[in-house]
Design a binder for this molecule. Sequence first.
Ligand SMILES: [Zn+2]
Length: 252
Amino acid sequence: MRIAKSARTASSSSTSAELRAFLKSPEMRALELQICEMGRRMWARAYVDGNAGNIAIRVGNGLALCTPTLVSKGFMKPEDLCLVDLDGNQLAGQKKRTSEILMHLQIMKRQPRALATVHCHPPHATAFAVTGIEPPTCIMPEIELFIGKVPVAPYRTPGTMELARLVSDLAGRHNTILMANHGVVSWSHISVEDAYFKIEIIDAYCHTLVVASQLGAPLKTLSQTQLRDLLKIKQSLGIPDPRIGPKDGLLN
Ligand SMILES: [Zn+2]
């Protein structure tokens, strides 16, 4: 199970004084600033509207640092962030944790490699999510290298355990998942910035597909040999993909 570097010294059984001290540590402060920065980028690129979107990072022993509810992700301060256990119980933080935290935590439970998760509503990827169309593969190198196949999880009411279960069912084999009639969620085994990069990549890809579809010519696809070459690079970069790794079970 991956935990953000150096942020390992608290657990759900720590006292509230210990948790407060943990939150004030330089390591946690650095992670809080990273979350605020990713929120600012999501807002600047119009991936979130109103108070939408949420971010989480696995920290401590069975804990996660996450964004608050009812706060614009573009203007968060480190002290706005919340500490929760992996069941979603809030342990520290002045603001209330995001209502969508169960999905992030369920992904972390089902995919032990998931260190950080990012969820938002970027318009081009969300256009595929609201039509239920899975973006095609073998069109552009970036999507094959850093993401791979992107499935669509069925719609359920946001914030429910049912939605969390349906999305996390897919997180074992996919690092980026469209949520029908809702948005997109990604996880990373590296950092919260890497999880955010996947959002940029999927939204830019969906945007390109939409524009290309207006040109009146069929899309050209990569050959199997070209795909194999990309997957070799992916393997050398240590990026998991079910097409390289085990055919069943978790990405590794
Ligand atoms: Zn949402």
